[in-house]
Design a binder for this molecule. Structure first.
Ligand code: ADP
Ligand code: ASP
Ligand code: MG
Length: 408
């Protein structure tokens, strides 16, 4: 008998039939004697619908109130899921984030989980219930409803698995595993049987939406056995996230390609090239809780330099306002501009550690297509470039082929 957390994404709970289907799967696992915790997302499209509704009232919605609205999506599906299980004669009980007590910080719309009170869930499991928990939401120390950022139900699933010391966390979605890249963009993409935790972490952090980055971080920290599977296919083994590198197996140099359309580039032109400038630019941005991803500073010429960084598109205006109101005059910058027509493409693979020339191959492939590279960043197992948004799909396709990731 095992304790399994099963997380179902939006498309897997998109309508009553799919919820009934989910309930049948849970029933099968229950019949095998397992204890099951189900984490569900909102029905597909619902979170987007709620965001659009909020924006109709306030174009840049107040984050606390937005979270109050967004949390309703998952609250509907936990009730429906519990009902579907009851209809199969299974004892089931639903909990929203604050009922469990998934305690988070107060960073509305992107809160982090601080702790989970697993006592009620454990008691219910011991009493034979399937426990259904709302993904994507929690409660802060003052009782405010919070949400965990887009895709956050993955993180609820893995965090619960960690808190409950579950034997496995299964992420059910609309693809049958983790692919070499998004199969919607490259139909030749291949499913991976396994992927190392490090590679999954990079892919997720570079924009592969199949798992939210924080869910992978949790899995790594608490060594949660994590598997991505299709909710539409009963047979598949999906993709297992592994923690050991198999030294004897030949590793492909590149395991996957991620991309991200959600970033915007901010450029600060003509700043004095002297100590403290990066801090004066990025300090106020960090204080406003805006996450910065890539950063580049040019080598100074004539005592001035240019400074470029990327933030989430949703936060570009906030960051620009901070810079124009608080920073520009203070540091004497000539110009501050934003560009949200960019995209980031990243190639990821642990095999990069033992191979040279990967970056130059990537740059050559892009150059052959006439794709200009605007920014570059690297880590030991990743090379990421920012390109014009309109070249994104082309870049991913040609790189996928050039690094021999295409299915035979
Ligand atoms: P869910 O609603 O189940 O959480 P998501 O839409 O968040 O589903 O994530 C699944 C989607 O992630 C897939 O439909 C696919 O388009 C996308 N995706 C992006 N990169 C990958 C990848 N490397 N492997 C598999 N799917 C990917
Ligand atoms: N419903 C949320 C979203 O659409 C959380 C999730 O699906 O993981 O982002
Ligand atoms: Mg998701």
């Amino acid at each position: 008998m095992a304790l399994i957390v099963q997380k179902y994404g939006g498309t897997s709970v998109a309508n009553p039939d799919r919820i009934r289907n989910l309930a049948r799967r849970v029933a099968r696992y229950k019949a095998m004697g397992h204890k099951i915790v189900v984490v569900v997302s909102a029905m597909s499209g619902e979170t987007n619908r709620l965001i659009a509704l909020a924006k109709e009232i306030m174009p840049e919605p107040d984050p606390r109130e937005l979270d109050v609205m967004l949390s309703t999506g998952e609250q509907v599906t936990i009730g429906m899921t519990a009902l579907a299980l009851m209809e199969l004669g299974i004892k089931a009980k639903s909990y929203n984030g604050s009922q469990v007590k998934i305690l988070t910080d107060d960073a509305f719309t992107k809160a982090r989980i601080l702790s989970i009170d697993e006592s009620n869930i454990k008691r219910d499991l011991d009493n034979g219930y399937v426990v259904v928990v709302a993904g994507f939401q929690g409660v802060d120390a003052n009782g405010n409803i919070t949400t965990l950022g887009r895709g956050g139900s993955d993180t609820t699933g893995v965090a619960l698995a960690a808190a409950l010391k579950a034997d496995e966390c299964q992420i059910y979605t609309d693809v049958d595993g983790v692919y070499t890249t998004d199969p919607r963009v490259v139909p030749e993409a291949r499913r991976l049987d396994k992927i190392t935790f490090e590679e999954m972490l990079e892919l997720a952090s570079q924009g592969s939406k199949v798992l939210q980055i924080r869910s992978v971080e949790f899995a790594g920290k608490y060594k949660v056995k994590l598997r991505v599977l299709s909710s539409f296919d009963e047979e598949g083994e999906g993709t297992l996230i592994t923690f050991e590198e198999e030294k004897d197996m030949e590793q492909p140099v590149i395991s996957g390609i991620a991309f991200n359309r959600d970033e915007a580039k901010i450029t600060v032109l003509g700043v004095p090239d002297k100590p403290g400038i990066a801090y004066q630019i990025l300090g106020p941005i960090a204080e406003a809780n805006v996450d910065v991803d890539m950063i580049i500073q040019n080598t100074g010429a004539d005592g001035t330099t240019d400074f470029t960084f990327t933030v989430h598109k949703n936060e570009m205006n906030k960051a620009l306002n901070i810079l124009r109101d608080k920073v520009q005059a203070h540091i004497g910058a000539r110009e501050i501009s934003g560009d949200d027509k960019i995209a980031k493409v990243s190639i990821v693979g642990v095999g990069m550690r033992s191979h040279v020339g990967i970056a130059s191959k990537m740059f050559r492939i892009l150059a052959e297509e006439g794709i200009n590279i605007q920014m570059i960043s690297t880590s030991e197992i990743k090379i990421a470039v920012v390109v014009d948004e309109k070249y994104l799909e082309l870049a991913v396709r040609v790189l996928h082929k050039a690094f021999e990731l295409d299915a035979e």
